[in-house]
Design a protein around this ligand. Structure first.
Ligand SMILES: Nc1ncnc2c1ncn2[C@@H]1O[C@H](COP(=O)(O)OP(=O)(O)OP(=O)(O)O)[C@@H](O)[C@H]1O
Ligand SMILES: [Mg+2]
Length: 401
């Protein structure tokens, strides 16, 4: 099953582009499922149809759903929740609070991941498209399987080494203690849920079937957030295979009082092209109305993909690699432009700048690398290698390419 995830800052057009992509895939004859994981769903609005929390056929080859964290919580976590809510309640915590306290951070995202695995395993779909919440939440969603690995170990460990051999025999001696020790079905429910998540990371990062597409607008704040997302996706090992720049004012039409915006967008478009290449960058213009319904979505897909096959993995190599070295880190960067002229590499805030002739590439640095001055950059084949030593370095490095 091909898995395509759309992410990007709030309001840039993720849902519209996810819906359009799913529609195009289904028109190509692929059995497609589009799922919104954003608690503030708008997939229904985009299609102009009311969707449910389970897959529903909306067209030939096309199913859609909007996950409902509440029902998923009850179904997967109800047993655990009831046990702890009872305990908290007995301690004088109000029942609403007690319910809330049994929900772990990231749990909503977890249910969406469980569904991805379930739908892949079902064999019912050739393609799945994920419409996600704005960037931060999505990064949390994607990094979750990693974060949860310790949880799985801990829960199983506690049960195996403490609850079964020690706590349960002791609980037989005291009713007070018996109330505190979770019954077996509580551990069972936790264990089942974590088991459901095993293998999800492999599904999300499988370079042969999964990719992430970044949606953005040509605006300063949006570019910054999208660069940061790309850096973290690279770090976590997720393949990004396309950037969609949405809502561009058309150059061949008069944009009235938005004319100035047009110039600003063109300036940022150059920055996007330099910074995100060699990823394919696709452009979509700002339409004269909102994008709702099959016809508008088909038009959007046509403008976005043109001759491209939306089901293909459109780019395979990560544009930036972060490598841990003995001295610190090495950033390997595939440069979008030919290496000629003087090159300058410097860090400002959490941005890494590479200036080559009159072209400039900007990359967000991961937290671990901010504040470190880069060493001398050198070319290794097509890749620019920039070392980051954990000891101090000269403030600004200039080298000849
Ligand atoms: N190219 C476009 N031209 C005109 N309107 C657009 C375009 N793309 C999206 N829109 C409209 O912009 C609004 C926001 O789009 P959409 O809901 O797809 O963004 P989003 O990134 O999913 O937002 P959120 O972060 O809130 O989930 C919608 O009303 C949509 O119809
Ligand atoms: Mg949306």
């Amino acid at each position: 099953m091909r898995l395509i995830t759309f992410t990007g800052k709030g309001g840039v057009g993720k849902t519209s582009i996810a819906a359009a992509t799913a529609l195009r895939l289904s028109n190509m004859g692929l059995r497609t499922l589009v799922m919104s994981t954003d608690p503030a769903h708008s997939l229904s609005d985009s299609f102009g149809l009311q969707l449910a929390a389970e897959p529903q056929r909306i067209k030939e080859n096309l199913h859609a759903l909007e996950v409902n964290a509440y029902t998923d919580l009850k179904a997967n976590w109800g047993t655990v929740q009831r046990h702890y809510a009872k305990l908290f309640f007995a301690q004088g915590v109000s029942d609403v609070m007690a319910d809330e306290m049994t929900v772990l951070p990231g749990m909503e995202e977890m249910f969406s991941l469980m569904r991805v695995k379930r739908y892949k395993r079902s064999g019912n779909y050739d393609a799945m498209v994920l419409d996600t919440a704005p960037t931060g939440e999505t990064l949390r969603l994607l990094s979750l399987p990693e974060t949860l690995a310790w949880g799985i170990k801990m829960v199983r460990g506690v049960e195996k080494y403490f609850v079964k051999p020690i706590a349960r025999p002791l609980a037989k001696l005291s009713t007070r203690l018996a109330e505190l020790v979770p019954p077996e079905d509580v551990f069972g429910a936790v264990d089942t849920m974590f088991s459901e998540l095993e293998g999800v990371r492999e599904i999300l990062t499988d370079p042969a079937t999964a990719s992430i597409r970044l949606v953005m607008n040509a605006e300063k704040m949006v570019i910054k957030e999208t660069m940061r997302a790309l850096t973290y996706l690279n770090l976590y090992g997720f393949g990004v295979d396309m950037v969609a720049v949405n809502k561009l004012l058309p150059m061949d039409e008069d944009s009235g009082y938005l004319e100035k915006w047009k110039a600003t967008q063109q300036k940022y478009l150059t920055e996007i092209t330099n910074s995100f290449a060699p990823l394919p960058i696709r452009k979509v213009k700002m339409y004269d109305d909102e994008v709702v319904g099959f016809n508008a979505l088909e038009k959007l897909a046509e403008d976005l993909y043109g001759d491209l096959n939306p089901a293909a993995i459109l780019h395979t190599e990560p544009p930036t690699k972060f490598i841990r070295t003995e001295a610190g880190y090495e950033i390997m960067m595939k440069l979008p432009f030919a290496a000629e002229g003087d090159m300058e590499v410097w860090v400002s805030g959490d941005d890494l700048f590479v200036q080559l002739g009159n072209q400039r590439k900007i990359t967000s640095l991961p937290l671990a690398l901010t504040g470190i001055t880069p060493g001398e950059a050198t070319f290794k084949g097509q890749w620019l290698s920039i070392p980051f030593a954990l000891t101090s370095q000269p403030a600004r490095t200039a080298v000849n390419a």
